[in-house]
Design a protein around this ligand. Structure first.
Ligand SMILES: Cc1cc2nc3c(=O)[nH]c(=O)nc-3n(C[C@H](O)[C@H](O)[C@H](O)COP(=O)(O)OP(=O)(O)OC[C@H]3O[C@@H](n4cnc5c(N)ncnc54)[C@H](O)[C@@H]3O)c2cc1C
Ligand code: FES
Length: 302
C-alpha cells in the first residue's frame, strides 16, 4: 500500500522550480526513423566548413519529414559512424535539408571528402527547439559566435517567412577573423529583404577588414535592448554564452526569454545511452535548446 501524505501537510510551493514557459513536448516531432539521403549540393563556406544539401531519396518520406528550428539530426556516414548536426535550413523546405559541417575529426573529415551524389543516412529529428510561436509580437535578438550561426539559420528562415509577426529582429555575429565568417553571401538578403539588423565583429581583423574588431559583447554598446519585449537566442562556444548571457541578465532580460543551444558528445540522440548527460538532464532529449534559467540550474552545463 502506498503511503499517502495528508494534503494539508505539504506545502510544495517553496520547493517548486519555476515552470518553463515553453513546453516543447506539445509541438515537437522527434523520431528515431532513418532516412536514406543523397548529397545533392556542397558549398564550401570556409576551408573548415561546408554546407551540404541532402535530399531524402524516398519521395513519400521526404514529404513526411519535418522538424522545428533548433532540432538536430544524427548524420550517418556509412562505414564510419554517426555525428549529431543541427539542421541549418528552412523547416518549410521540402526539397532538401541543409547541414553546415565543420571538419572536426573522424566522421566529419570523411564527409568533407564526399562528392555530390554520395549516399548518407539521417536519423531524427531530435531534441527541443526554439519557441518561435512564443516570440511572436516581440523583438528578437539572435547572437551567434563562429559555427553557432549554423543552428541559427533555421530560426532565421522561420522569421523571414513570418516576418510581419515579429517586431525588430537583430543578428549579432562574431568570429575569430574575417575568413571564418559563414554565409557571407546571404547577409545582403537578410538585411535588405528580411529587414534583419546585422552587426558583425571579428576578434582579429586582416588587411582587407574595415568592419568592427573586438569581442561580440562590444556590439551591445551599439544597441538599445528593451528587456520587457525581447527574446534572445544565443549559439556559440560556451565562453561566449557566459559573457553574452551575463550581459543580458544585467540589463534584466528575463532568463526564460533567453535561449541557448548546448552541445555535448552524443551517441543515441534519444535518451538511451546517457552519453550526453549533464547531471540528470539528457542534452539530446531535454535540449539541445534550453532557456537560460534551466541552464543556470544545470551544474557544469556551460
Ligand atoms: C546537438 C548538436 C548539434 C551539432 N551541430 C553541429 C553543426 O551544425 N555543425 C557542426 O559542424 N558540428 C555540429 N556539432 C558538433 C559535431 O557533432 C561534432 O563536431 C562531431 O560529432 C565530431 O565528430 P567527428 O567524428 O568528426 O570527430 P571526432 O573524431 O569524434 O572528434 C574530434 C574532436 O571533436 C570533439 N567533439 C566531438 N563531438 C563533439 C561535440 N558534440 N561537442 C564538442 N566537441 C566534440 C572531440 O572531443 C574531439 O576533440 C553538433 C553537436 C551537437 C551535440
Ligand atoms: S545521446 Fe544517448 S542519451 Fe543523449
Amino acid at each position: 500500500m502506498k503511503y499517502k501524505l495528508p494534503k494539508e501537510d505539504i506545502n510544495l510551493k517553496p520547493f517548486m522550480s519555476k515552470p518553463p514557459r515553453y513546453n516543447w513536448k506539445d509541438v515537437i516531432m522527434r523520431t528515431d526513423k532513418t532516412y536514406k539521403c543523397e548529397i545533392i549540393n556542397i558549398i564550401e563556406l570556409t576551408p573548415m566548413e561546408k554546407l551540404f544539401h541532402l535530399k531524402i531519396l524516398d519521395p513519400v518520406e521526404r514529404d513526411i519529414f519535418s522538424f522545428r528550428p533548433g532540432q538536430f539530426l544524427m548524420l550517418e556516414v556509412p562505414g564510419f559512424g554517426e555525428v549529431p548536426i543541427s539542421i541549418s535550413s528552412s523547416s518549410n523546405n521540402k526539397e532538401y535539408i541543409a547541414l553546415c559541417i565543420r571538419k572536426a575529426g573522424r566522421v566529419t573529415d570523411i564527409l568533407h571528402k564526399a562528392k555530390k551524389g554520395a549516399k548518407v543516412g539521417i536519423r531524427g529529428p531530435f531534441g527541443t527547439s526554439f519557441p518561435m510561436e512564443e516570440m511572436i509580437g516581440h523583438n528578437i535578438l539572435l547572437i551567434a559566435g563562429g559555427l553557432g550561426l549554423a543552428p541559427l539559420r533555421a530560426p532565421l528562415y522561420w522569421i523571414s517567412e513570418h516576418r510581419d509577426e515579429y517586431e525588430d529582429v537583430s543578428l549579432l555575429y562574431g568570429t575569430k577573423d574575417p575568413p571564418s565568417m559563414l554565409f557571407t553571401y546571404e547577409y545582403a538578403e537578410w538585411e535588405k529583404v528580411n529587414h534583419i539588423d546585422l552587426l558583425t565583429i571579428v576578434d582579429q581583423g586582416d588587411d582587407g577588414w574595415t568592419g568592427r574588431t573586438g569581442l561580440i559583447t562590444e556590439l551591445f554598446k551599439e544597441m538599445t535592448i528593451d528587456p520587457d519585449n525581447t527574446f534572445a537566442i544565443v549559439c556559440g562556444p560556451p565562453i561566449m554564452f557566459k559573457f553574452v548571457c551575463n550581459y543580458l541578465d544585467s540589463i534584466r532580460l528575463p532568463m526564460n526569454r533567453m535561449f541557448v543551444s548546448l552541445e555535448r558528445r552524443m551517441h543515441c540522440g534519444m535518451g538511451k545511452c546517457c552519453r550526453c548527460m549533464v547531471g540528470s538532464t539528457f542534452t539530446c532529449v531535454d535540449g539541445p535548446v534550453f532557456d537560460y534559467w534551466s541552464v543556470m540550474n544545470l551544474k557544469e552545463a556551460i
